[in-house]
Design a protein around this ligand. Structure first.
Ligand code: GN1
Ligand code: MG
Length: 367
């Protein structure tokens, strides 16, 4: 979309939310790979405006409906002092809706939490503790929410066998040049069938919960003054899932020494001190309510999430980069190789991983 095109849309969208573009300052916000997000300032008011990616979200109203249901639940918990983080919510349009449609695009406005920032990496052990207990609190606060009320926004989102099938399909339709570039990564994925079988058996023993499904460190807002977590954001993929998905996604985004799209694989290492702090705080936050199977599954989640994200990036590379935003031709391939390297490092450190995750105390010592 060209800038003038986007500006014209922005103007109409703002009108539908009761604002005039000429009185607003609009700037880009965040580093998401899917939606386009803006910060809007109008006089003394600030709010977030977001254009949902319609290629990714085939039924965007499901996204805004789910977000309304979740924020209603979290607001009630917050008011009852059962949830310490700030719930975020969607603003209503002048037609009293949580979205507006302009030129076939789907937009929404979100509450902007003041005095906050996001982080792209963990700076210390205390922060790791805070990140893990925040994401765990988020999931724990949703443990009494009936997951059937939530639409399955992207079916099979974290279903490994479905992701493998999508890769297979992309491979059949892809150009030879891309396949050649992806070949070594494809071969390695193919060699991991025993791991895929383990996951298929494991998931039969796990309870479904309402999970966030995108627990990257940059989906947590930190208060700028106190440096403490303020709110869990980006509820786009909040739906039924397994706890190991959220734990694994958090670990993959917090423990690698390099960014998820860095090509400098020789520099990649895992910070086990951070991992240990994450595991201890995450498990303790559930205060004994995790079954043995769920606790043990977290170990698998740590390997599963980079492995599955590698498959997703590679599939998109073979499909011609239609899903994730990219900045250069091999961006998705670089991301896939990066996540595969992370998976390999975790596999090499299986014993250490087991020691950390399985020995994490199940009870919250502070409670
Ligand atoms: C996407 O757009 P963002 O950054 O919130 C993706 C996640 C991936 C992540 C990888 C709907 O999230 O699943 O883990 O990129 N979201 C969707 O950075 O596919
Ligand atoms: Mg997201």
């Amino acid at each position: 979309m060209t800038l003038s095109h986007e500006n014209k849309s922005l103007s109409l969208v703002l009108t539908k939310f009761g604002y005039a573009l000429e009185n607003c300052q609009v700037t880009s916000l965040g580093y998401g790979l899917i939606n386009s997000t803006y910060l809007v300032q109008s006089n003394n008011k600030r709010f977030v405006l977001q254009r949902l990616n319609r290629h990714v979200f085939k039924f965007p109203q499901q996204v805004t409906d789910n977000a309304d249901l979740i924020s209603e639940h979290l607001k009630a918990k917050y008011l009852a002092n059962e949830y310490a983080l700030q719930p975020i919510w969607q603003h209503q349009s002048i037609e009293h809706k949580s979205h507006v449609e302009v030129a076939g695009e789907y937009w929404r406005s979100l509450h902007y939490v003041e005095h906050c920032q996001t982080l792209e990496s963990i700076e210390n052990i205390e922060q790791a503790h805070d990140v893990a207990s925040s994401f765990a609190q988020f999931t724990a606060a949703l443990s009494d929410f009936n997951s059937h009320r939530l639409a399955d926004i992207i079916p099979d989102f974290h279903n490994l066998s479905a992701r493998l099938a999508q890769l297979e399909k992309a491979l059949k339709a892809s150009a030879n040049e891309r396949i050649e570039q992806a070949q070594s990564t494809l071969n390695f994925i193919d060699s991991q069938q025993p791991f895929c079988r383990e996951i298929a058996i494991l998931i039969k023993q796990l309870p479904l919960r309402v999970t966030h499904n995108d627990t990257k460190i940059n989906n947590l807002l930190f208060n700028r003054e106190t440096n403490k977590p303020a709110a869990v954001i980006d509820l786009d993929t909040c739906m039924s899932g397994y706890l190991m998905h959220d734990f694994g996604d958090m670990v993959r985004s917090c423990c690698s020494s390099i960014a998820e799209d860095s090509a400098e694989l020789a520099d990649m290492s895992i910070n086990f001190h951070i991992l240990s702090a994450l595991a201890n705080a995450y498990i303790a936050a559930f205060n004994g309510s995790l079954s043995e199977a769920e606790h043990k599954s977290l170990l698998f989640g740590v390997k599963l999430m980079p492995f599955m994200l590698c498959i997703r990036f590679l599939t998109d590379f073979l499909n011609g980069d239609k899903y994730f935003k990219t900045s250069y031709a091999t961006h998705n391939l670089v991301r896939a190789k990066n996540q595969l390297q992370l998976y390999k490092l975790f596999c090499q450190q299986q014993t250490r991983l087991e020691e950390i995750v399985l020995s994490a105390p199940a009870l919250n010592a502070i409670a």
